[in-house]
Write a protein that binds this ligand. Structure first.
Ligand code: IVH
Length: 669
């Protein structure tokens, strides 16, 4: 067999086993056997790089993070679904459909499917090869997330049949429950906020800029719609689902063809409980008219098709005792009340805390300490208190009162006019600082491993850290003196903090915790302005001129930088060597890489930038920085008080650059 033949054979085998495993959940070989096939293919492709094609099973995870996602238009808008919350509403839907079709007495054929709690995705296949994956976006335009979609092993890169031309397949990308729980366990261990539900976790993953991280999240997919030339699309939805399946695409297998609304309702009733045994979350049943010709006659409103509806399962409820109402101080100072409950099992998990939203909500529903309350767990991980059971209220019960001072720092709480949330406005409040540090150090922000909740508690309460900049002055001795900290972990932490100095500056901008500035906004702002200082100087109009940045974000950024304390914090961070500027070569893109192959050594102190900044500037242009001078060094950059490296460079004849010449070279003058 030639290598090309063996490669083709291996690919076919791997595709087959991927489908058995990820689509059908019914593997025929062990994981080890599968890995062996994949390794053999990888080895052959390494030997014969010319035989690598993008649809090879080895090519799911592309090489590098992407800069951002392109917006693309959906040829056919992606509509959403109207909801039904009761049997009566489902019957009313059926009646509307029958009337709309002029067939009031008919028992219509509907397909019922489980409603997957994920996010909608559009997949385009050309001649049977996956060429594009796009999010729903606003329904008209979505984001091109092809590189991430390719990492989802349930989505074939190549269909079982090379369907000529172009077809679009729509469905859902979701996170299986196990992968969701694993992601949250990992986040908890790192002291990061947990995902409220699998949908949020899936949505976050699919918009991650690094496909390697997406691949690790363990996303999966189900599809339920086929668009294309009329000849390619069956005239019944039930036949479409069979067709999609035959093409090797993942179709949720529990769908059913029902005749008349009673069969539809029976399906909904069956799955209300049975859904708990599924490996993924479903929040309802989607009911769709089977015949496409009938669908066309009904058409759609601007938002929903008239031929389908989503029946939502009721959230699970239980009653328990509300012991106390306590408040929590978030990093923006928002003070949120929550209920401390007698632990109780709801929807398969034990709950002992539930959110109470705000003071107004508590008053409106008259929830009191000592009440027996009805609690509910819906699609969100955080349970809610629905209402008190008044018949069980103790005779001496009193309405609850919002505290007037911050439980963490004792300063008076404020509530701006027209708002419902009370805030602690003391920016030095230890509770706010703790939450803020958790966010600052989190993986998506400054990514300081080892700086978790427990340690933050200690550095704040001992006064070692009073703001983010203090982190950069922590030393091994004072850290090692803390509880449960050895010298080794203290050293690791200091190393982690040091490493974070040279992070991409959008991480810092995000880590500062400016209200409404998420990861994406931080990236967009840095791409537009080049430095955090420039973001801080921009007017609301200038900020808003950035694509995707709206008035709320723009105003919040402006407010943040108008606060002298925040300006001061930024200055101290910069002085501590934290990078606030994105490398931007002067000559534009063509200047990138102009230092490729050049090796630099730095000595002495530069007056206009830190070592990390100088390193970043060199690396941004493709150069390398090493620690010691050798014959291979291209240049020695010489600052004030240069040491022995200068003598060595002179001895070896290595050329030197003073600060001015260096700045010129890297385009910073
Ligand atoms: S059909 C034009 N089927 O639910 C109708 N949607 O709440 C297209 N969803 O945007 C949707 N499972 O993202 C359909 N089996 C299923 C579904 C499903 C989940 C999502 C879909 C839709 C949302 C509406």
């Amino acid at each position: 067999m030639t290598p090309a033949e063996r490669i083709a054979e291996l690919r076919a085998q791997i595709r087959h086993h991927e489908e058995r495993y990820y689509v059908l959940n019914d593997p025929e070989i062990s994981d080890a056997e599968f890995d062996a096939l994949l390794e053999e293919l990888e080895a052959l492709e390494r030997e014969h790089p010319d035989l690598v094609t993008p649809d090879s099973p080895t090519q799911r995870v592309g090489g590098r993070p992407v800069e951002g996602f392109e917006t693309v238009e959906h040829p056919v808008p992606m509509l959403s679904l109207d909801n039904a919350y009761s049997e009566d509403e489902v019957r009313a839907f059926d009646e509307r459909v029958r009337r709309g079709l002029g067939a009031p007495g008919a028992a219509l054929a509907y397909v019922t499917e489980l409603k997957i709690d994920g996010l909608s995705i559009s997949l385009v296949y050309e001649n049977g090869v996956l060429v594009r994956g796009v999010t729903r976006g606003d329904g008209q335009r979505g984001e091109d997330v092809t590189s991430n979609v390719r990492t989802v092993r349930a989505i074939p890169l190549q269909l079982r049949e090379a369907v000529a031309g172009r077809i679009e397949v729509r469905g859902e990308v979701y996170l299986p429950r196990q992968a969701f729980e694993r992601a949250n366990r990992e986040r908890e261990a790192r002291g990061e906020p947990i995902f409220a539900n699998p949908r949020n976790a899936a949505a976050g993953a699919i918009r991650n800029l690094d496909p390697r991280q997406v691949a690790r999240r363990g996303l999966s997919s189900f599809v339920y719609q086929l668009l294309g030339e009329p000849a390619l699309v069956p005239d019944r939805h039930s036949a479409t689902l069979d067709r999609l399946r035959a093409l090797g695409l993942p179709v949720e297998p529990h769908w059913r063809l029902c005749h008349g609304v009673d069969e539809v309702l029976a399906y909904c009733a069956e799955w209300r409980e049975a859904r708990r045994s599924l490996p993924f979350d479903t929040d309802g049943v989607v009911i769709k008219l089977d015949e496409l010709a009938l669908r066309r006659r009904l058409g759609a409103t601007s938002k929903f098709p008239r031929w389908a509806i989503a029946f939502k399962f009721p959230a699970e409820q239980a009653t328990t005792l509300l012991h106390r109402i306590e408040v929590n101080v978030g990093r923006t100072g928002a003070v949120t009340p929550y209920a401390v409950l007698e632990p109780i099992r709801v929807s398969g998990s034990t709950i002992s805390l539930a959110t109470l939203h705000n003071e107004q909500e508590i008053a409106r529903r008259d929830i009191r300490e000592g009440d027996t309350v009805l609690v509910e767990k819906g699609g969100d991980v955080i349970p809610k208190v629905v209402k008190p059971i008044l018949a069980k209220r103790p005779p001496d019960s009193q309405p609850w009162r919002m505290p007037t001072v911050c439980p963490a720092c004792g300063s008076a709480l404020h509530k701006p006019e027209g708002e419902v949330v009370w805030r602690c406005i003391n920016s030095a409040c230890p509770a706010r600082l703790r939450r803020g540090l958790e966010h600052f150090a989190s993986r998506r922000a400054m990514d300081i491993e080892g700086l978790g909740e427990a340690l933050i508690e200690q550095v704040v309460s001992t006064g070692l850290v009073r703001d983010f900049a203090d982190l950069y002055h922590l030393d091994v001795e004072s850290l090692a003196a803390l509880e449960r900290m050895g010298k080794k972990s203290a050293q690791n932490l200091v190393g982690q903090i040091d490493r974070s100095r040279s992070n991409e500056p959008w991480r810092l901008l995000y880590g500062l915790g400016i209200r409404h500035v998420g990861e994406r906004a931080a990236q967009l702002l840095m791409a537009a302005f080049g430095s955090i200082e420039a973001v801080g100087r921009a007017t609301v109009d200038e900020l808003q001129a950035v694509n995707e940045i709206g008035p709320v974000v723009a105003r919040s950024v402006r407010e943040y930088f108008d606060e002298p304390r925040n300006q001061d914090l930024l200055r101290r961070l910069r002085e501590a060597g934290v990078r606030t500027e994105a490398p931007r070569p002067p000559g534009g893109a063509e200047a990138l890489g102009q230092l490729t192959g050049k090796t630099f050594v730095l000595t002495g102190t530069l007056s206009s930038m830190s070592r990390d900044e100088a390193t970043a500037a060199i690396e941004a242009l493709g150069g390398k920085v090493t620690g010691s001078v050798s014959k291979k060094t291209s240049w020695l950059v010489v600052g004030a008080d240069a040491g022995s490296k200068l003598e060595k460079a002179r001895a070896l004849g290595v050329p030197t650059l003073d600060e001015a010449a260096f700045l010129e070279l890297v385009g910073r003058r």
